[in-house]
Write a protein that binds this ligand. Structure first.
Ligand code: SF4
Ligand code: SF4
Ligand code: SF4
Length: 301
């Protein structure tokens, strides 16, 4: 057992033993060696199920949404991206700080469980299983930004190279090329909504995509409706996306959603910044597109 796993178990057991929290969110070993999955434990003896290894890739903050209407106190282990998700929910007033005990872990970067599963199954031996997952290769904030207790070694950013390199490639295309690029990508979307469901920033109680009177976006998987879905989804997380990469990771057809998210991150930073979402918790702070200022840029009107 690794030292970090031992510490995670010890802390969870202590919190439940002392009745400081009612439930602890962490990760346990999945059914395969290359998978670790979220787990929610309520009894001190269940702390033995917890692990912290290179496959704890899920962002646990999203699961707080299932508890937002209750009053239970929750202990939650967070990496850098999970902690920004917690800040997202607190800023959005979907949760209160008093209900949380946050244990931060400096994140060394996670591996891609799907790539490992494909390689192990023999279905695709060309998978890159040596390095970090795609989302972690782009990570600039691996250390928790909000915590009550901190574990592990503080990490340097995992990103190598230029942060918005891929976005700039798309920006350099002509309008027609760019349209074709996105048309090709979005025609693959099966509108399963996994990218919305996994997203901590997609926390509206009533989602526009489920409204029927009026129905803002058609349910068919044709290109026009798919494009409308993606424009709305991306705009709704503009200035709020915490770059956890879970939307792209959850997509069953490999749509590069982080390209769009990062384009909006770059634009919001340029137009309203310097700004990065959910890097700290400040009383009354709101993301740029949730505020109005008379000197906001409006030359597009
Ligand atoms: S995105 Fe960053 S914090 Fe999140 S799992 Fe990857 S390296 Fe860790
Ligand atoms: S849009 Fe994607 S990367 Fe951004 S917060 Fe939601 S799931 Fe995470
Ligand atoms: S997860 Fe992928 S296929 Fe499903 S709605 Fe999102 S982009 Fe479309």
């Amino acid at each position: 057992m690794s030292e970090l796993t031992a510490r995670v178990r010890e802390i969870a057991k202590r919190l439940l033993d002392n009745q400081q929290v009612d439930v602890v969110f962490g990760w346990e070993k999945g059914t395969e060696p290359f998978s670790s999955t979220p787990v929610f434990i309520r009894r001190p003896e269940e702390a033995e199920r917890l692990v912290f290894d290179e496959f704890c890739i899920h962002n646990l903050s999203t699961y707080l949404l299932d508890y937002r209407d209750g009053s239970e106190k929750i202990g939650i282990f967070v990496k850098g991206c999970d902690s920004r998700g917690v800040v997202r929910l607190l800023e959005d007033e979907q949760f209160t700080r008093e209900r949380l005990y946050i244990i931060g872990i400096g994140c060394p970067g996670m591996k891609d469980p799907v790539a490992h599963a494909l390689a192990a199954s023999g279905l695709d031996g060309n998978q890159d299983t040596a390095g970090l997952s795609a989302k972690c290769r782009q990570c600039v904030h691996p250390n928790p930004v909000l915590y009550d207790e901190l574990l592990g070694v503080q990490q340097e950013p995992h990103l190598r190279g230029e942060r918005f390199a891929e976005v700039k490639q798309i920006e350099a295309m002509s309008t027609a090329e760019r349209y074709q690029f996105f048309a090709d990508i979005f025609s693959r979307c099966i509108r399963c909504y996994a990218c919305r469901n996994i997203c901590v920033a997609c926390n509206c109680r009533r989602c526009i995509f489920e409204e029927t009177r009026p129905q803002w976006v058609g349910r068919e998987t044709n290109l026009a409706d798919n494009m409308m879905y993606h424009v709305i989804r991306t705009m709704h997380v503009a200035g709020r996306c915490v770059e956890c990469g879970e939307c792209e990771r959850a997509c069953p057809v490999g749509i590069p959603l982080m390209l769009l998210n990062r384009k909006l991150i770059k634009d919001v930073n340029q137009l309203f910044g310097p700004y990065e979402a959910a890097l700290s918790l400040e009383e009354g702070a709101k993301p740029p597109l949730s505020r109005y200022r008379t000197d906001d840029p409006d030359n597009f009107l």
